[in-house]
Write a protein that binds this ligand. Structure first.
Ligand code: SF4
Length: 224
């Protein structure tokens, strides 16, 4: 199989098209995207909150601070290093707005379906070896619904839209949920982060080898 060439400019082109998306009339623009990185590790959040569109990046506020603290504890990476080494995607890339009773509106099924087309393009482009869904909405895009106690702290082999990858779910770092601050959540989160840190894709995150010698990789199994 010929390994398709992946370049930063291909990812930038994808992100430019994504930023111009206006498929969901009830979603609030602008579209929030992460950095153009050619990582084989794909983090999938739920949807941005109201701060992320202003700050121009996913996980820019309190939940992000917790998420990056987790990565720093498990990997020793700064926030900047995480953003540079992991591609940030999401179930929906636009802020859904507030619910009348408070809190953010949960994206509607048609909005999730719309935005999954962008995620599918990212799977085709990046061919992730490791997928990190963050929070229940993201986890259920890849795994059947199940309690967090049965899901966090485990690695799953998934096939999503025809592409195989390992999947290590993480709980949502929002302060709204106490799950990850109480047992067994604390222990399971620690286990999940240890699985992430030990996954071969974290050491071999980019497509650099394939870019340097795509022909020599044509018959090789991609390192996992
Ligand atoms: S949520 Fe996704 S599909 Fe909907 S408008 Fe935003 S970027 Fe487009």
């Amino acid at each position: 199989m010929v390994v398709p060439k992946l370049t930063i400019s291909a990812v930038e082109k994808h992100l430019a098209a994504l930023r111009a998306c206006n498929w969901c009339p009830k979603m609030h623009r602008p579209v929030v995207v992460g950095r153009a990185v050619t990582s084989r590790v794909l983090l999938v959040g739920q949807a941005p909150g109201d701060k992320e569109p202003k700050l121009g990046r996913p996980f820019a506020w309190t939940a992000g601070r917790t998420l990056f603290r987790w990565f720093h504890a498990a990997l020793g990476w700064s926030e900047d290093e995480v953003r540079e080494r992991i591609y940030f995607a999401a179930v929906c890339r636009c802020f859904p707005g507030k619910r009348p009773g408070g809190g953010d509106r949960v994206p509607a099924p048609d909005e999730i379906a719309n935005c999954s087309a962008w995620l599918e393009r990212e799977f085709r482009l990046l061919r992730p070896a490791l997928v990190l869904p963050v929070g229940k909405l993201a986890i259920t895009q890849f795994l059947p619904p199940a309690p967090l106690n049965d899901t966090i702290g485990r690695s799953f082999q998934i096939t999503w839209r025809g592409q195989a990858a390992d999947c290590i779910p993480l709980p949502h770092p929002s302060g709204a949920s106490p799950w990850h601050r109480m047992e067994p959540g604390q222990t399971l989160l620690h286990r999940a982060l240890a699985l992430v840190a030990a996954h071969p894709a974290m050491r071999n995150r980019t497509h650099a080898i394939e870019l340097e010698s795509p022909r020599s990789c044509a018959n090789q199994k991609v390192p996992r």
